[in-house]
Design a protein around this ligand. Structure first.
Ligand SMILES: Cc1cc2nc3c(=O)[nH]c(=O)nc-3n(C[C@H](O)[C@H](O)[C@H](O)COP(=O)(O)O)c2cc1C
Length: 198
């Protein structure tokens, strides 16, 4: 499998980094593009440099590298994930701006009708944000906000991040060893013990 992964300047670069690690472990060929503000937030929030992260991908491109392979539909991929996706990037993709490689690569995935997963991060959302996301959803894009779940009882931030990453991998039929799934069992003893006494 070959995937394009874009990291843009929304908070939550850790989701993109963890996804890169998981894809490498799963032997997926990843093509990484990081926007200018994606790099700034990544280095600020994770304490890791873009140089370190690059080593996790099969190929990396600068956002201004419009001649990159992923800029053309003739370069076959199985899809793309934008994680995290800033509202600027969401707007650019929804309105067809191809003026940097993140926007262009997403445009290519859309025009070739391949799978596009957008992990938008902003709060609260304006009507503009919601309209842009709705437009993308109607085009067949999977809009997957990095909302934490708690039914698996996460104890660390890493477990919360892993849960979101596992949901992204699900979109491509990929199974991470750390994926936790709801099994429908609400009758565990420790769960019952937490319920208020009636
Ligand atoms: C520390 C930091 C956190 C940010 N978090 C967000 C965010 O969560 N969502 C968002 O839409 N923009 C956020 N921004 C603003 C974007 O980085 C900015 O709009 C930028 O132009 C996005 O460009 P890009 O989409 O090309 O990366 C943040 C900026 C900084 C410096």
């Amino acid at each position: 499998m070959r995937l394009v992964l874009a990291i843009t300047g929304a908070s939550g670069a850790i989701f993109g980094v963890r996804l890169l690690e998981a894809l490498k472990a799963l032997d997926v060929e990843t093509h990484l593009v990081v926007s200018k503000w994606g790099q700034q937030t990544l280095e600020h929030e994770t304490g890791r440099t873009l140089g370190e992260i690059r080593g996790l991908a099969a190929a990396t491109y600068a956002a201004g590298e419009m001649g990159a392979a992923i800029s053309s539909g003739s370069f076959k991929t199985d899809g793309m994930v934008v994680v995290p996706a800033s509202m600027r990037t969401v707007a650019a993709i929804a309105h067809g701006f191809g003026d940097n490689l993140v926007h262009r690569a997403a445009e290519v995935v859309l025009k070739e009708r391949r799978r596009l997963v957008i992990v938008p991060r902003e709060t609260p959302l304006t009507e503009i944000h919601l309209e842009n996301l709705l437009k993308l959803a109607r085009l067949g894009v999977t809009v997957l906000p990095p909302d934490p779940a708690f039914y698996h009882r996460p104890q660390t931030v890493g477990e919360i991040v892993d849960h979101v990453v596992a949901r992204i991998l699900d979109q491509f039929g990929l199974e991470a060893p750390f994926a936790k799934r709801w099994d429908g069992d609400m009758r565990r003893d420790d769960v019952v013990a937490l319920r208020p006494k009636s």
